[in-house]
Ligand binder design. Structure first.
Ligand code: CU
Length: 480
């Protein structure tokens, strides 16, 4: 007790002194910003970011980054050997402020196979640090740099073959906050796109080696956020509540592809273009170069699931560049009503009041009698109706439309197949071991057309050669 009182005047003086020191002056030349004390940097794995810098003074900041080469899953049953900064793709997020003196410790784990190094775009100096950080397995290299320019920067490995090291996941982001820090927001997340090149095609199972030729040709098998398909979907989605402000630190590691970053159903209130000082407002899609970044900010006004995509859209729906932001809270019907009505729109003729139901579809006058005729008419219907989704050879599209060729699901139950074409199908199904969870709308076809098209499907592409008759379709129809 006594000693505490004795030191009280000293404590008060120190307190006042530190308050005074926080009234930091503005330095035109950021290389002159003095550093006080030493501090170990907090590093985080994606999609998390370290605590904001706020108003803290510039410091000597110790960053310890461990390189790990490790096997992971790029998508279901597809394995890949990732090379990582800190054990994740993208690598650990580094958060600094302008004027910090970063003492960088690059550690190459003794069980790794290769030497690596690091090029930080936030560094002013040869190779962005690469020249002084080349480190063999079982070694640690130390170098230091002063952060002169505020902004969001990419870091990556720059060891030959550079493209291969980046393609295997060796990239991440380092943020240099301006004096006084970034304005406070409710939620901050770390997202980074990357393209992957595997020996096997997209979805081919097993451990997939890196494919140099595909990488050179920039023919990516996977384009993903945060290192793998689904890193930000379902239970891994990022979240916010209605009314909150969200800041996304978005980077693009490449190595090959430029990202057209977009959030479906949301407008970016503010974007720090290319991660720099200049901001744009009311942006729909922002371009993020390979080896570049952007800070994206918006307020979420309505609940729902907002889909993050690379708007080069096949990458999103076929190669994995798709994430989710789930927003919970009160609906706001003024901002977004939801579906109000589903009216009939039939511009052709007056007097048509409703869509014909399958019961009302007029049966053709001359029914196909022979098997050959059924096949001929069935193929026509297939090419007009089913082809768009199930594809010309019934092969389907992975993750979207199940195959009809050699389909165990189709061949197992003929009445169920008739029912699907009559009434449509939604919900999870498994076809040839692959799960599909999508929607097939009901097809506006007559019973005879359904009989023909299914006969065609059953007698093509290695299926079970059943014949479907009009009366079989009628039976299924009348059961309901
Ligand atoms: Cu490397």
């Amino acid at each position: 007790m006594k000693t505490q009182i004795k030191y009280l005047p000293l404590i008060i003086t120190l307190f006042l002194f530190s308050c005074f020191k926080n009234q930091e002056k503005h330095y035109e030349n950021t290389s002159k910003i003095p550093v006080s004390r030493e501090m170990v940097a907090e590093l985080t794995s994606p999609p998390n970011v370290p605590t904001p810098v706020g108003r803290r003074n510039a410091k000597k900041l110790i960053v310890k980054m461990e390189i790990l080469e490790k096997e992971g899953e790029i998508t279901n049953d597809v394995r890949y050997v990732y090379w990582t900064f800190g054990g994740t793709v993208p690598g650990s997020f580094i958060r600094t402020r302008v004027g910090d003196e970063v003492e960088f410790h690059l550690q190459n784990h003794p069980e790794n196979k290769l030497p690596h190094n690091i090029d930080l775009h936030a560094v002013t100096g040869p190779g962005g640090g690469a020249e002084s950080s080349f480190v063999a397995p079982g070694h640690e290299k130390v170098f230091s740099f002063k952060t002169l320019n505020p902004g969001l920067y990419v870091y990556h490995c720059a060891t030959a073959p550079v493209g291969m090291h980046i393609a295997n996941g060796m990239y991440g982001l380092i943020l240099v906050e301006p004096e006084g820090g970034l304005p406070a927001v409710d939620k901050e997340y770390y997202i980074m796109q990357g393209d992957f090149y595997t020996k096997g095609a997209n979805g081919e199972r097993g451990l997939q080696p890196f494919d140099m030729q595909k990488a050179v040709d920039e023919k990516a098998d996977y384009v993903v956020f945060n290192g793998k398909v689904g890193a930000l979907t379902g239970d891994n989605a990022i979240t916010a509540k209605v009314g909150e402000t969200v800041r996304l630190f978005v980077g693009n590691g490449g190595p090959g592809l430029v990202s057209s970053f977009h959030v479906i159903g949301e407008i970016f209130d503010k974007v720090h273009i290319e991660g720099g000082k200049q901001t744009n407002e009311n942006v729909q899609t922002t371009l993020i170069p390979a080896g570049g970044a952007a800070i994206v900010e918006f307020k979420v006004d309505v609940p729902g699931t907002f889909i993050l995509v690379d708007h080069s859209i096949f990458r999103a729906f076929n190669k994995g560049a798709l994430g989710m932001l789930k927003v919970e809270g009160e609906k706001n019907k003024k901002i977004y009503s939801g579906e109000i009505r589903d009216d009939i729109y039939l511009p052709e003729g007056p007097g048509i009041q409703s869509m014909p139901t399958t019961d009302e579809i007029v049966e053709s006058e001359i029914p196909a009698k022979s098997f050959d005729e059924q096949m001929k008419f069935g193929k026509q219907t297939y090419m007009q109706t089913c082809f768009a989704c199930h594809q010309s050879e019934g092969q389907g599209i992975p993750n979207a439309f199940p195959p009809l060729a050699k389909s165990d699901y189709l061949n197992a139950d003929i009445n169920r197949a008739i029912d699907i074409v009559l009434h449509g199908k939604s919900g999870e199904i498994t076809v040839n071991g692959e799960k599909y969870n999508s929607v097939m709308t009901k097809q506006m076809l007559s019973s005879e057309e359904i009989a023909n098209v299914l006969t065609y499907v059953y007698n093509s592409w290695g299926n079970s050669k059943k014949v479907v008759t009009t009366s079989m379709v009628e039976n299924v129809k009348n059961k309901k």
